[in-house]
Design a protein around this ligand. Sequence first.
Ligand code: DGJ
Length: 726
Amino acid sequence: MPIHVDKAKGRFHLQGKAMSLILERGELPDGTHPLLMTYYGARLEADEVPGTPLGAKDLASFDTANAVLPFAAPGERCGDFRPAMIGAQTASGRYATRLSLCGHETRQGKEPLPGLPATYVEAPDEAETIAFALEDALTGLRVRLSYTLFAQVDAVAVSVRAENAGEEPMWLTRCMSVAISLQGQYDALHLHGAWAKERQVERIGPMHGERAIRSARGASGHQHNPFMALLSRDATEHTGDAYGISLVYSGDFCITADQDAYGQTRAVCGLNPDTFRWKLEPGEAFQTPEAVLAYSPDGLNGMSQIYHRLYRTRLCRGPWRDRERPVLINNWEATYFGFDHEKILRIAKAAAELGVELFVLDDGWFGRRDNDDCSLGDWVEDRRKLPRGLKGLAEDVQALGLRFGLWFEPEMISPDSDLCRAHPDWVLHAPGRFATQARNQWILDMGRPEVQDHVIEAVSRVLRSAPISYVKWDMNRNFAETGADWLPADRQGEVAHRYMLGVYRVMEAVTGAFPDVLFESCSGGGGRFDPGMLYYMPQTWTSDDTDAGERMKIQYGTSVVYPASAMGAHVSAVPNHQIGRVTSMRVRGEVAMSGNFGYELDLSRQTPEDLDVIREQIARVKQIRRVTQQGVFTRLLSPFEGNVCAWQFALDDTVVLFAFVTAQKANPELCRVRMRGVPAGRWRDEDDGRVYDASVLERAGLPFIVPGGERLGDYTGMVRVLRRAD
Ligand code: DGJ
């Protein structure tokens, strides 16, 4: 995993297992030395990369040099008209930003980012870091741009620390985390969506100009995930160059890929400059979130596997990172707000008899919340519904052999709440403007330290009051008007990022104080499914859409970046509450088994036939969940491209194949699903006892046959568990 430094030539080679990233000290006609990214791609055995075809004479002309050089830290308003990464303006009006390299240092390991989520190492030899010092002599802006190369996976974590080393205040007008430069044209692949249809895969061809995704919602959002892949035009799931750019952040972000007239592509990624402007007094510094680059010569799937491994093992933290996740039952779709102690116990009892391990009480347990129009902020149990309080209920649930979990929405405030009556000033709002409500609620200004302290105490008090071993942390609306009358006028551009820093501080405090509690983040389903959240909470509720067919797409899309251990996946009732589709209990379970499995329906009201299926499902989940939660995940057939979709998990002596038909047709193609990356040797199908050689599984494939011969109808599936037979 070495980082080779050639000081004399000013060349730095980050050489991974199958990738190389080369940075060089350049020279501009004014004598400054920009840092250039002269190569990023498949591994090179040497670091001499020919420069641009332009001669020294061309590069001596400022406008040509600015237009073509592959700057690794491109500044604003300095003649490079491609997307910039960094810009600053000083109090006296100095604006243009040109950074010149003035030093570097390398070290084993990786430093944490104070107050921010980030990937980490557990031993210094797991990574090597090189940090470049760059300076803009005119404005006094000093930048530390650091790249960490991991030993086990071809991922590079990049972030920026910007410091005001001048004598007057300055404002960062943008401060993004990374810029990459590639030669040639690339397709862009990203994950778009909306509520209940998150992370749909879209691949778009190259264009001259910018392809950009962003959020200004105060959350990463349902609409765009903080991720983009650049793919060589010939790249597929399993072949070709795939470059991933993923931001470890949960708020406003922007990722832009720009193709210039010279056949070069630059991508920048970081905090959304539209909602960002940060004041630095002399001596102050600003740290950006971290962007994680992943390169694979083995297509999109190769790139995904890099993210899965890194994020599962070196982004997620805590004892639950490596523990098998419990089978849960959540009462939301079973009862919505209409429950009491007895009704909950009835569902919990049925669940316990079936083998469920955790009961989660969702929204509606606090204040006087019979609807979504009140009580957020009043985190005190509603004794009308729970006469013996949370403690009484949790103890009764525990007596059934289940653990007890609880829903919160800590960042929110209902206009009709005691909290709002006591602290109307804590509502995030733009002074003087109407404050828009969404789902009848406002947002707390989490940037304010007293609000953070209040939320930490309010949540902790409840967690101390009863035996609670799981928390679902929801966030059901996005920003509208934003401002902060507690901040001066020249710091209003800091509100969105201060909100996120506040949320992170609260999450760090609460999860740190209750390390054995399993936390799951949520945002109206998967509206904040991002690497930032995974640092605090090792799993996220993937989507409010639990229809089996829609979930195939949502989970498939989510797997482009995120490991299955991060995805909450539940079986819900039919007709499905979001789209009205009816699918079998069997297929709903088969789809949910590819994530952290649970139920979201009234288990005390199922038919005897469905109860048999449920019992079988739970037994199977317990048998295979180590593989699905910790194994290597491989996408095989895409639900976005055909009517069959398939994926597999592999760990040690087990491979599990999932395959589904979506829309059925008459005389369907005779489909055999070819598996991938099955370790050499013989494998026994646990259901029918047949033994296959790995080469057969990979090259011929297994026929798509639904157990019991049930082949007709939309949305049918098969699960094959193969165990090593030699
Ligand atoms: C949105 C979540 O995604 C749902 O699962 C549920 O918890 C509701 N909020 C409760 O209000």
